[in-house]
Write a protein that binds this ligand. Structure first.
Ligand code: COI
Length: 355
């Protein structure tokens, strides 16, 4: 499929925001990629064009029944001024897993990958230079067919938008405070918790708002049935270092298979750590903290990168982790991942590609 390119007129290019106060997802780059799907034609009309609003029927099915999926990955500017992507085709493959679960059409990974590289190259001046700042890439697919019957739509829009971002949490790389909820649940095996669909995030907002009202940055979810096994945090997977064993919950169908999660598992195994994907309860974690064997907790995600956890609140019991400090393993992982992503360090895994 050909990808048409319509460049923005030079006088319509946007002013760049201050790279030191980017926040997350506030500023959109100049161009976007759009591709349409129709049951009879398949994917067609692929175009890179200036970022602009869509025209969408009020009856568009994504707006009513939530056939909407997305991905998140980043472009990094190396000190050599080259632009790198981190595991981009893994994100696109995961998008196809989400599409299959949501009865949406698969995207042609090769076309989308090539469009993503062209788009990032065209908006290369949007990839920040400031330390810790990156260009966040958001591939998205929505059901655009107008209709109110509950069934798979026959028309979709796939698009990619890009935005320069700083740290996801206001804390930056400093430890975040996490509220463990046993009141709300995120997902259950057999549901859609293991795919990246918009509704998972909509369903998480109430718990997040309640946690934030109590001074917490994010929510830690427990399993929906027994409400004791740890699942994941709002926008991250979660890891525990207990007695020198690095533990993360297994992918049992309700947890998002994070790409940063997978990278951390790979790195730490190669470093010779004892690494386990196994079930762990909130009581195990609190008991380890009581005993002094809980060394670190950190979250992993594309947006959050590595995010140390300094405090947990479970049923009103407040536990300070690692004296509220960033742990050595979280710091080492953060430094290593950033060095690989920025092209500073040799990538033995084939994760990094130059745009
Ligand atoms: C990401 O880490 O890319 C995510 O998708 C989290 C996002 C919802 C902010």
């Amino acid at each position: 499929m050909d990808i048409r390119v319509v460049k923005s007129a030079p006088d319509l290019l946007k002013e760049k925001p201050d790279e030191n106060s980017l926040g997350f997802g506030q500023h959109m780059a100049d161009h976007m990629f759009v591709m349409l799907y129709d049951e009879s034609m398949g994917w067609h009309d692929a175009v890179i064009k200036p970022y602009e609003n869509f025209s969408l029927a009020p009856a568009a099915m994504a707006l009513h029944y939530g056939q909407a999926i997305f991905e998140g990955l980043k472009a990094y500017r190396g000190t050599d001024d080259k632009i790198y992507l981190f595991r981009p085709t893994d994100n696109l493959k995961r998008m196809n897993d989400s599409a299959a679960r949501m009865c949406m059409p698969e995207i042609p990974v090769d076309v989308v990958y090539s469009a993503m590289k062209k788009l990032v190259a065209l908006d290369k001046s949007w990839v920040p230079r400031a330390e810790g700042a990156t260009l966040y890439i958001r591939p998205t697919m929505i059901a655009s067919e107008a209709g109110l019957g509950v069934r798979p739509a026959k028309q979709y829009i796939f698009f990619i938008i890009n935005c320069p971002v700083g740290a996801y949490y206001p804390e930056g790389f400093n430890p975040v405070k996490i509220f463990v909820t046993d009141k709300y649940v995120r997902a259950v095996a057999g549901g859609v918790g293991n795919v990246k669909t918009a509704g998972n995030y909509a369903a998480s907002i109430m718990a997040a708002v309640e946690a934030q009202n109590q001074g917490y940055t994010q929510v830690l979810w427990l399993d929906a049935i027994e409400r004791k096994y740890i699942e994941e945090v709002g926008t991250m997977n979660i890891f525990f270092l207990i007695d020198d064993e690095l533990i993360t919950p297994p992918l049992t169908g309700s947890i998002l298979p994070g790409i940063t999660r997978d990278s951390v598992l790979r790195l730490t195994k190669d470093w010779g750590l004892k690494v386990s994907e196994r079930k762990i309860t909130i009581d195990d974690v609190l008991a380890a903290n009581e005993k002094g064997s809980l060394q670190e907790i950190f979250g992993t995600g594309t947006a959050a990168v590595i995010s140390p956890v300094g405090e947990l609140n479970y049923k009103g019991q407040v536990c300070t982790i690692n004296k509220g400090n960033t742990g050595a393993l979280a710091r080492k992982l953060f430094t290593e991942l950033q060095a690989i992503q920025n092209g500073h360090k040799k990538d033995p895994y084939g994760w990094v590609v130059e745009v």
